[in-house]
Ligand binder design. Structure first.
Ligand code: 9MG
Length: 297
């Protein structure tokens, strides 16, 4: 894999004191003004859509996390539920069994924050107890008990837009104005999160590319991403290897690297502060070029 094995080009960062999200668990998440953060994807599912479930075993998952780190990941997002269209969620116990051993094995061993990709309050609590310091919730804390768990845990949370559920989301998604409707949804979830007691500076939003959206919806969202800046929360995006990239390029999941980094580039130029990716080294180089030209804040 390109870039693996070389020392990570990891610029020392000295963010302003108020630019960090303090957390009681692992290292705090900091959002430097000068470049977007790269969140490496670690799926510990038997059926993940783009890595074929290759990291289902905890030891393989740990090896892969260490590779993402060498490539330059700023944080690692660990998930035990496949959210590909039509997928059915595992039981809570199964999800905990997949995620928690990996979080525990990496916590204290890696110098970057670990994020847990889950919607279940029980998994959030178990993962943060094991060392995770961020929650990435594709259901935006809508499951019963999730708002309360996130507020208790006092860690940063990414609230993502998802129309319907992973099982049904691609059944004829419809919007009058996808950007306005996704923005309204995220605004409501930000309000609910603040009302539940989650610190405003702990909240991140994500338009949820591919989650209940057609290709046209996804392209409109990407093109008009800057409009979500009115939410006044950092924007995270996940475009890596998604079917929208396949629809544009005509390539299967193994051939979507160039399309994925192009999409990252556009998203960062339109205000994304965090990018969730499989291909960390290529993303890092892409963002380094963008930054060198002074094009991305
Ligand atoms: C878990 N997951 C899969 N796709 C995602 C995306 O686009 N954003 C976030 N935040 N999480 C995602």
């Amino acid at each position: 894999m390109a870039g693996a094995g070389r020392p990570a080009a990891r610029p020392a960062r000295a963010p302003a004191p108020d630019d960090g999200c303090a957390s009681p668990a692992g290292p705090p998440i900091r959002l430097p003004a000068e470049r977007a953060l790269i969140c490496g994807i670690l799926n510990v599912t038997p059926d993940s859509f783009s890595d074929g479930g290759r990291f289902h075993r905890a030891d393989l998952a740990v090896d892969h996390a260490l590779r993402l780190l060498v490539e330059g990941a700023d944080l690692i997002d660990i998930g035990g539920e496949s959210t590909r269209p039509g997928s059915q969620p595992p039981s809570v116990a199964e999800e905990i069994d997949r995620v928690v051993p990996v979080v525990a094995a990496l916590s204290g061993r890696v110098p970057v924050p670990l994020s847990v990709d889950t919607s279940r309050p029980e998994v959030m609590r178990a993962a943060v107890a094991a060392g995770a310091s961020m929650i990435n919730d594709v259901r935006a804390l809508r499951l019963p008990g999730a708002l309360e768990a996130a507020a208790d845990l006092d860690v940063p949370v990414c609230l993502m837009h998802l129309a319907g559920s992973p099982a049904t989301m691609q059944d004829r998604p419809q919007y009058d104005d996808v950007v306005r409707e996704v923005g309204d949804f995220l605004a409501d979830r930000l309000t609910a999160a603040r009302q539940a007691g989650i610190r405003p500076d702990h909240l991140i939003v994500d338009p949820g590319f591919g989650f209940g959206k057609t290709l046209t919806h996804n392209l409109t969202l990407l093109n008009r991403l800057t409009e979500l800046s009115t939410l006044e929360a950092p924007i995270m995006v996940g475009l890596s290897r998604k079917s929208m990239i396949g629809q544009i390029t005509g390539r299967d999941v193994t051939g979507r690297l160039a399309g994925s980094v192009a999409a990252v580039l556009i998203s960062v130029q339109r205000g994304a502060r965090m990018v969730r990716v499989h291909d960390v080294a290529a993303t890092r180089d892409t963002l380094a070029v963008l930054h060198a030209v002074g094009l991305a804040g």
